[in-house]
Design a protein around this ligand. Sequence first.
Ligand code: GLU
Length: 286
Amino acid sequence: MRYRGRFAPSPTGDLHFGSLVAALAGWLRARQQGGEWLLRVEDIDPPREVPGSTRSILAALRDLGLEADAPALYQSQRGDAYASTLQQLREAGHAFPCWCSRGDLEADGATHRDGRCVSPPRDDREPAWRLRVPDRDISFDDLLQGRQTQNVREAVGDFVLRRADGLWGYQLACVVDDAYQGITEVVRGADLLDSTPRQILLQNLLGLPTPAYLHLPLAVDGERRKLSKSTDAPAIDTHHPRAALAHALRFLGQDVPEAPDVATMLQLAAQRFDIAPLRGIATRVA
Ligand code: GLU
């Protein structure tokens, strides 16, 4: 099967170093294997969205020479696919409605684990929909982080597929779209390692293929805090693409190729890309 990877930013700010690392590593893997690299804008959480950030992230990727092989897929336009997937889960008995308010959940120890809601059904408002999570271990071999095993029911409980306000859960949207886009390998930061068992469980229940997973060391600051849009990590300076790419390549444990221009630099980096220096590293100071 031909390699197909993706980069799936949430439009909650400009492209920062942590996302650049994920984008670059994914692009290098795809180019090295003569495969494709796709974009997906995860704009399913309007309250958290920062206006203009989709445009700025996509422009930054272009300025850095990280070209995608197709126009971006927007999750805000995928509601019908998520709704029919939820319907499929409901019909198979894998999803249940939940009327708990935040207050109910706090009183109840904050999670559901028995495949049912503890609050009485109401007809004056929409419920959230949760997955009835089976009591079993989910295991996978991450290409960098090694064997991972999680009992999703113990670790997370019956997680939300669709919120009461109608917003779709990240896990459901991600699984539906990874399958829709035909993704064969997911490259992303190790902060999402613990979402992967939930995603594999959903793939299993839906009869979808499971891609390979490669969770990169998470970029942290000197105090070991995740470098993210929420901690005000600075935006990548796309006026100096070479410097930005060189920093990300060094973070990924790669030599920075001597090259006359950015395109050649990226091409050489793809030819030589080696994930060995990243094995088993969950965080790295940027
Ligand atoms: N949208 C997520 C983020 O920006 C990434 C999701 C993924 O790669 O699965 O952190």
